[in-house]
Design a protein around this ligand. Structure first.
Ligand code: THU
Length: 168
């Protein structure tokens, strides 16, 4: 049987991100956006999971749009904080690119000191708005407290992304 080893090319992907141990290591605008995400947690409606997520989206004109997770008795009808914030931003300011999003969490069950990794669906949506805006979207992640991770582009969180080009 003929081997296809010669045609095979092994590839790998690498994720670059920066980790900070304290808020003072962040730039002022990053600190401010993260503070807004912590504020957004307060409007979370999460009576089922008790897991309250806040997101703050920074637009290119410095407008900040907040979002928080909104749950529903019919569980799948709820939506994550990141998508609530991004959809609200795009609905209200359709012409403005998103330049950054910060995400934080407060759980009623335990204290979360690790950055919250956005779910796959939210990564897809971040990637879409990065494409739509034509601008890199910085992703800033923190738990209730503790270290902070910054990823310079949303698409880095979802390698080999399905994007609008695939529909052409
Ligand atoms: N959640 C978010 O809001 N963002 C994420 O990235 C992960 C999960 C919400 C959805 C649900 O309301 C709760 O957290 C538990 O999954």
């Amino acid at each position: 049987m003929q081997s296809n080893l010669q045609a095979m090319e092994k590839k790998s992907l690498h994720l670059n991100y920066t980790e900070f141990n304290s808020l003072d290591e962040l730039k002022k605008d990053e600190q401010d956006l993260l503070a807004k995400a912590h504020q957004a947690v307060e409007s979370s409606y999460a009576p089922y999971s008790k897991f309250h997520v806040g997101a703050a989206v920074l637009l290119e004109d410095d407008t900040i749009v907040l979002g928080s997770n909104q749950e529903n008795a019919a569980y799948p009808s709820g939506l994550c904080a990141e998508r609530v914030a991004l959809f609200a931003a795009s609905a209200q300011y359709p012409k403005l690119a998103v330049v950054a999003i910060a995400v934080t969490v407060h759980s009623e069950k335990s204290k979360i000191n690790e950055p919250l990794p956005p779910c796959g669906a939210c990564r897809q949506v971040m990637s879409e708005y990065e494409y739509k805006g034509g601008h890199d979207m910085k992703v800033i992640l923190q738990g209730e407290s503790g270290k902070i991770q910054i990823i310079n582009r949303a698409e880095h969180l979802l390698p080999l992304t399905f994007n609008p080009d695939h529909l052409k």
